[in-house]
Design a protein around this ligand. Structure first.
Ligand SMILES: C[S@@+](CC[C@H](N)C(=O)[O-])C[C@H]1O[C@@H](n2cnc3c(N)ncnc32)[C@H](O)[C@@H]1O
Length: 289
């Protein structure tokens, strides 16, 4: 039996079943989020903060606000409240190890012969993932900027994307970066902050992109990193996402996903396991959609 309301003792708001269902529906339609009933306490506590910040008295008022034209900014605030932007440099380093060994040698050879090379960090958060790709690339090819090599870095959240584009990190955030990368590719900005150098930024194109909407991109990519994003999506949305990656991956290219994510659905026949949560698009031309 479901509770009709959620109002912990001492809390000021009431979350009705119908209001929780409306929030879950909006989050699913707009961002692919899967808010099962078990997430109700999380939704209550995270969105109560939004109600307080907006000086609203009820979830019903909050839903009316989300329904108004021009509510995109608050919808994004809602997404930020319900998900996390946690990331760090060289997160799950084994992926970068595989990228260095299995992707970069061919990519560099192709670029040197005048070919086009593209990598994609999908759901890049504050930028540590695409910058880690760029550091790995520059380590193997210091003159990468002279060739047709680009890293596309996208996220649905314009605020976090602005941080990524800025490339300015605090001492705590820069800690996961090896000393030699820190020395070579960052400089001390104001106070205890570090700024990513222009030579690194030059390799990256940042763009806003919602993974559950249209993608104005065609690839092909030689590697895609989409890690710790699909974890928020429902099973069907995840399966659709994996299937949409297949045609934009070059045959033989690698897809890296988060440590608790798995490829499911029709894409499983096109994406073969190639390591710890890494998958290789099969070389055959046939693609299951
Ligand atoms: C936990 S971070 C992962 C960052 C990085 N990929 C990593 O693994 O370190 C999740 C990111 O996914 C983004 N995100 C959530 N839903 C999204 C969607 N529908 N389309 C694109 N990005 C989304 C969030 O804004 C957030 O920045």
């Amino acid at each position: 039996m479901t509770m009709a309301t959620t109002r912990p003792p001492g809390e000021e708001f009431m979350l009705k079943d119908s209001e929780f269902a409306a929030i879950a529906d909006l989050a699913r339609r707009n961002f692919g989020l899967d808010l099962q009933p078990a997430k109700r306490p999380l939704v209550y506590s995270r969105l109560s903060r939004r109600l307080r910040a907006l000086k609203l008295g009820s979830f019903s008022q909050y839903l009316s606000l989300l329904d108004k034209p021009g509510s995109e900014v608050e919808q994004m605030e809602m997404l930020s409240a319900l998900t996390t932007n946690v990331t760090h440099f060289f997160r799950e380093d084994h992926h970068f190890e595989q990228f260095r060994k299995e992707v970069l040698p061919n990519a560099i050879a192709r670029a040197k012969q005048g070919g086009r090379v593209r990598f994609w960090s999908a759901g890049c958060s504050a930028g540590q993932e695409p910058y880690s790709i760029a550091f790995s690339l520059l380590d193997a090819m210091p003159d990468a900027a002279d060739y047709d090599i680009k890293i596309l870095a996208t996220d649905v959240d314009p605020t976090i994307l602005a941080r990524a584009r800025q490339g300015d990190y605090g001492e705590d955030e820069i800690q996961s970066l090896k000393d030699r990368f820190r020395k070579q590719y960052t400089c001390r900005a104001t106070g205890e902050r570090y700024a990513i150098s222009g030579a690194v930024k030059e390799l990256i194109s940042f763009a806003e992109l919602n993974l559950v909407r249209e993608w104005p991109i065609s690839g092909p990519f030689q590697a895609i990193f989409c890690r710790n994003v699909a974890i928020y999506f429902g099973k069907d949305t995840q399966m659709q996402l994996w299937s949409r990656f297949v045609p934009v991956l070059e045959p033989g290219a690698l897809l890296f996903i988060g440590h608790s994510e798995r490829i499911t659905g029709p894409a499983s026949s096109d994406l073969q396991s190639a390591g710890i949560t890494s998958y290789r698009r099969s070389s055959t031309k046939q693609v299951t959609r």
